[in-house]
Structure formats: structure tokens, C-alpha cells
Design a protein around this ligand. Structure first.
Ligand code: MN3
Length: 240
């Protein structure tokens, strides 16, 4: 099947024909806007907490597929040439599911790789520590709250620490590849600063059905300096 036939089929299959004429899809130039980001560390760097094979498949197959399919989904649509941060808040239950699933998939994994690191003993910065203590009591209590939330999430999804419009931290989970930036789709809206992938593909090779063990181990490779940067960005982005 050539690209043109594929796009036609894809448009029909997703019902996208309702949003864009077939010709718009068929002649749309390939919009290779989104690319797979490189990791800042090796696939083996997070051992023993996250195993090498999981990292290779997760980054090289799963995330790569979200990027490929996101580029297909935006080609010829109203979202062509928009940034991922432009796209996510504009999604609604009426936009094609491919945009929601692959747009979320691309953003979520890009954030996830950045906040993981083999660096030991990183700590949240002073302002983030104070925000964590204010809402959760302590960093350990935050970890406990998040681990419990993640254990309670049914099926595949993500576990988040985010900043709301009052600059307050909150913990939430989202199904599939949704995230708190999708204000037209999720109940708890905010700017995510830490996200943990709770799909089985993130842990099954090493932990099998023991999601709780994965959620406990992952704190060993969370890079708090990066989460602190995300917190500062989120706080300054909140409109006064
Ligand atoms: Mn994943």
C-alpha cells in the first residue's frame, strides 16, 4: 500500500473524513514534525531498577511508534505544524483518537525519559520541597501517595505529580496515554512535572504482575533536579 492509499484508508477508518476532505489527506506532504528524542543515558543505565531490554523496547519500539503514528495523525489535519503543547489542550472527545493516543504517548514518554536518571541521591529543590511538604507532609509521604495511586489504577495508564492553576501540587492518574494537559478530556487539569508510566510494557519483563515492586523501585532512578526544573517552569507558566 502506498502512502496515499494508506492515508485514505486511515482517514476513513478513523472517521477523520468528517474533519478533513479526503483530498486534504491524500495530497498532504509528509509532516515529519515529531522525532524520537535520544536518551541522556544508556539503555542499561537504570539497572537493576529498570532492565536494559525493557528500556530498549520501550524507547525504540513503543515510543518510536507513537512518534510515527502522531506524524501520520497530524498530516493534513488542523494540527499540522503545531507543537505538542499546542495540540494537547485542544483535544476533545470529537478529535480523532489517533491524535489523543499518539500525541499523549509522545509527550508522556518524552517527559518520562528526562525525569529518569542513574544519578544517585538527587533531591527536590527548596521551593519544591516546601510545596511537597505543604501538601503531602514529606517527600516520603508523596512517594507513598503516588505508589498507592499507581497501584489503584486499573489497566494501562500514567501516574502524575502536577501543578494546578493555583500553583498547588496534586497527584492523579490518567488512563491510556492521557495526561493532565488535556484540559478537554481529563478531570484533573494541570502541568505535569513528574510522570510514571504504569503500562505493563514499562515493567513486565522484570516485574511481571508485581506492579507495586516496580512503583517502589522506580524512586531510585527519579531525577529530582529535573522534576524541580519542571516545577519552576510550571509555576512561572501559571497565569497570575
Ligand atoms: Mn510506555
Amino acid at each position: 500500500m502506498n502512502k496515499r492509499e494508506f492515508l485514505k484508508l486511515n482517514a476513513l477508518a478513523t472517521g477523520a473524513v468528517l474533519f478533513a476532505p479526503i483530498t486534504g489527506w491524500a495530497f498532504a506532504p509528509a509532516a515529519d514534525t515529531f522525532t524520537l528524542p535520544n536518551l541522556d543515558y544508556g539503555f542499561e543505565a537504570l539497572e537493576p531498577h529498570i532492565d536494559t531490554a525493557t528500556m530498549q523496547i520501550h524507547h525504540g519500539k513503543h515510543h518510536a511508534a507513537y512518534v510515527t503514528n502522531l506524524n501520520k495523525a497530524v498530516a493534513g489535519s488542523a494540527f499540522e505544524n503545531k507543537t505538542i503543547l499546542d495540540i494537547l489542550p485542544k483535544l476533545t472527545s470529537k478529535t480523532p483518537a489517533a491524535l489523543r493516543n499518539n500525541g499523549g504517548g509522545h509527550f508522556n514518554h518524552s517527559l518520562f525519559w528526562k525525569i529518569l536518571s542513574p544519578k544517585a541521591n538527587t533531591q527536590p529543590g527548596a521551593e519544591l520541597t516546601s510545596a511537597i511538604n505543604g501538601v503531602f507532609g514529606s517527600l516520603d509521604k508523596l512517594k507513598e501517595t503516588m505508589t498507592e495511586s499507581g497501584k489503584g489504577l486499573f489497566g494501562s495508564g500514567w501516574l502524575w505529580l502536577s501543578v494546578d492553576k493555583n500553583k498547588k501540587l496534586f497527584v492523579s492518574t490518567t488512563p491510556n496515554q492521557d495526561n493532565p494537559l488535556m484540559s478537554g478530556l481529563v478531570k484533573q487539569v494541570g502541568t505535569p512535572i513528574l510522570g510514571i508510566d504504569v503500562w505493563e510494557h514499562a515493567y513486565y519483563l522484570k516485574y511481571q504482575n508485581k506492579r507495586a515492586d516496580y512503583l517502589t523501585a522506580i524512586w531510585n532512578v527519579i531525577q529530582w533536579e529535573e522534576v524541580t526544573k519542571n516545577f519552576q517552569t510550571a509555576i512561572s507558566a501559571v497565569k497570575k
